[in-house]
Write a protein that binds this ligand. Structure first.
Ligand code: 2HA
Ligand code: ZN
Length: 272
């Protein structure tokens, strides 16, 4: 069975290429991880090797024990994933304590998983719990307009949610729970992982101030589409603020209530 012909690998690789095409992955920016289904594991396990060592995750994810993840590599460029998958992405297995991982496929020539592995795994654990196993994808990208907004808007969930909702009518339908905001933190460590996973109990999107988007979804289309929708809305807000600091008209709280009724979504009153 050829690993690279599997649909989950093709979807993952396409998402890396699509993200690069959007301009969200300069150099080695961004990272992507996918919690594999049993049938994914079954389809490629003949290609696994168990020769490599176990390494500490730097955090504990007991609810992910024994799971397998497809991950981008640390220092690897999204641009290069489609050109050489085995060098730039890999599959890792989580041990029975949820504190260690080992590479079983890919990430050849001594490559290692993304520096954001602790954040990704802690958020996979939260999302697996709160969505009863539905969410499988965690994505981090350097979306330009979202980053720009973190210099001029107060870093508050209610401000970002309301402004992004107002910029495009589809937004409250695509992310009805809103977005959370994490203040600037050192990337790659446990602190940003903990802060993000607190927000991801409530939201599917966290905005990392002066850094980018961190988001979660059930599959590649939904997760990429979510980041794309948030960034598109941020782009409209950047254009609007560039033209004028005041809105002549906008979508009102009552408009949002009508939208919620028509599309059968629940919009929290704290954002209305
Ligand atoms: O370079 O984006 O947040 C990878 C990253 C770290
Ligand atoms: Zn980043």
């Amino acid at each position: 069975m050829n690993v690279l012909e599997q649909e989950f690998i093709k979807g993952f690789v396409r998402m890396c290429s699509d993200g690069f095409a959007q301009g969200w992955h300069e150099r080695n920016g961004g990272n992507l991880t996918y919690r594999m289904k049993d049938e994914d594991i079954e389809s490629v396990k003949n290609a696994f090797s168990y020769q490599r060592d176990w390494y500490p995750i730097q955090t504990e994810v007991p609810y992910l024990k024994g799971e397998y993840f497809l991950v981008t590599g640390s220092g690897k460029y999204f641009r290069n994933v489609e050109l050489d998958e085995e060098a730039n992405i890999g599959i890792v297995e989580i041990d029975e304590t949820g504190t260690k991982y080992r590479i079983v496929w890919g990430l050849k020539n001594g490559a290692v998983p993304t520096s954001e592995l602790p954040s990704h795994l802690m958020n996979h654990e939260i999302k697996k719990l709160v969505t009863h196993g539905e969410h499988r994808v965690i994505y981090h990208c350097h979306a330009t307009n979202v980053i720009a907004l973190t210099f001029v808007l107060p870093l508050k969930d209610e401000i970002f949610t309301r402004e992004l909702w107002e910029m495009a009518t589809e937004c409250p339908v695509v992310f009805p729970r809103g977005v959370g905001v994490v203040p600037w933190m050192v990337p790659g460590g446990k602190e940003i992982a903990v802060a993000t996973s607190q927000l991801m109990k409530k939201y599917d999107v966290a905005i990392w101030a002066h850094h980018g988007i961190f988001c979660s979804g059930a599959d590649f289309d939904l997760t990429f589409g979510l980041a794309h929708t948030v960034e598109k809305s941020a782009e409209i807000l950047v254009k609007m603020l560039s033209m004028s600091s005041t809105k002549l008209q906008t979508i009102t709280s009552d408009n949002f209530r009508d939208l919620a009724k028509a599309f059968q979504v629940t919009l929290p009153e704290e954002f209305l």
